[in-house]
Design a protein around this ligand. Structure first.
Ligand SMILES: NC(=O)c1ccc[n+]([C@@H]2O[C@H](COP(=O)([O-])OP(=O)(O)OC[C@H]3O[C@@H](n4cnc5c(N)ncnc54)[C@H](O)[C@@H]3O)[C@@H](O)[C@H]2O)c1
Ligand SMILES: O=C(O)C[C@H](O)C(=O)O
Length: 326
């Protein structure tokens, strides 16, 4: 039996939490042979609701759950955490952009960055889901100077999966027959879903769809999918967001499939001329518990412009929270 992995989840009584926890507990994230200890963080008024979620987790009698703790103190929830899923934050409502949440949510991520710095495992892998995810991840990272800055990531896997689903619908292929999608940049309406390197059943995707569909249907649909779900559901995506968080961590820990990449928002190292330090989504491969940005992909003028626009937005977000970046 493997030693249990400590997984901290914030916002554990929220809508994403309600889907995410059960999938982690069932082994979807770290494997069916990997026991987990769930360390759940909520704000004090939500602890009662969290108690109910824990009762349900207990009632599933999951073989892989080696322990569950709850707390309203970040240092307690992050104690020795190997993985931290930072979900707890305010979601947007209709008519809002994700960056409208920056002010409301930024304080959460500076406090949680400090708590991770003080309490988590020195190798903790951090995924920020709470919006605006990329810049919240930057805030947490900069408040955790003793941790590896590369281990602070944000989620664009949902956008990646959405893009695959759109292209699968259009081409009549199955999701699994679509490889090497790319989401560049911010988890926002400026993100750039790029199919220029994507294959569908081994064939280059750009040759299979009309350019007009790609530019005027596919790209805006993926960019606006979060808003479309809020409009239809009256609440932001939850089960699909949880599923993508599972995919992001699973690939990071257990590796991406041979010959394929995924999209992860990670600290830019200057690859593709993107400003160093911002948390920007790149095509990444994962191996041995680490990720690497795919290098040397050819970038045409159309792509360059779109990559720059989303970089620009992230630079502006960074400037807006400068006072929270020690
Ligand atoms: N990156 C993505 O792709 C993606 C996708 C979907 C949602 N989101 C974002 O995820 C976040 C959570 O969404 P949700 O639908 O679960 O929201 P929700 O309101 O249902 O749940 C959020 C939970 O976080 C808790 N919380 C608030 N402040 C906290 C703190 N300081 N510490 C711990 N917990 C805290 C709340 O009490 C609540 O239970 C939102 O910001 C949403 O916009 C991101
Ligand atoms: O769109 C939102 O505000 C929620 C989430 O970021 C999403 O993409 O579904």
């Amino acid at each position: 039996m493997k030693a249990p992995v400590r997984v901290a989840v914030t916002g554990a009584a929220g809508q994403i939490g309600y889907s995410l926890l059960f999938r982690i507990a069932s082994g979807d994230m770290l494997g069916k042979d990997q026991p987990v200890i769930l360390q759940l963080l909520e704000i004090t008024p939500a602890l009662e609701a969290l108690k109910g979620v824990v009762m349900e987790l207990e009632d599933c009698a999951f073989p892989l759950v080696a322990g569950i703790t709850t707390s309203d103190k970040a240092e307690e929830a992050f104690k020795d955490a190997d993985i931290a899923l930072l979900v707890g934050a305010r979601p947007r409502g209709p008519g809002m952009e994700r960056k409208d949440l920056l002010e409301a949510n930024a304080a959460i991520f500076s406090a949680q960055g400090k708590a991770l710095n003080d309490a988590a495992s020195r190798d903790v892998k951090v995924l920020v889901v709470g919006n605006p995810a990329n810049t919240n991840s930057l805030i947490a990272q900069r408040n955790a100077p003793d941790l590896d800055p590369r281990n602070f990531t944000a989620m664009t896997r949902l956008d990646h999966n959405r893009a695959i689903a759109q292209l699968a619908n259009k081409t009549g292929a199955h999701n699994t027959e679509i490889k090497n999608m790319i989401i560049w940049g911010n988890h926002s309406a400026t993100q750039y879903p790029d199919i220029s390197k994507t294959t569908v059943k081994g064939e280059a995707a750009p040759g299979l769809v009309e350019r007009d569909w790609y530019e005027n249907d596919f790209i805006p649909t993926v960019q606006q999918r979060g808003a479309a779900i809020i409009k239809a559901r009256g609440a932001s995506s939850a089960a699909s967001a949880a599923g993508s968080a599972i995919d992001h961590i699973r690939d990071w820990v257990l590796g991406t499939p041979e010959g394929e990449w995924t999209s992860m928002a990670v600290p830019s190292d200057g690859s593709y001329g993107i400003e160093k330090g911002i948390i920007y989504s790149f095509p990444c491969v994962c191996k041995n518990g680490d990720y690497e940005i795919i290098q040397d992909l050819e970038i045409d003028e159309f792509s360059r412009e779109k990559m720059k626009a989303t970089e620009q937005e992230l630079s502006e977000e960074r400037q807006a929270v400068e006072h929270l970046l020690p």
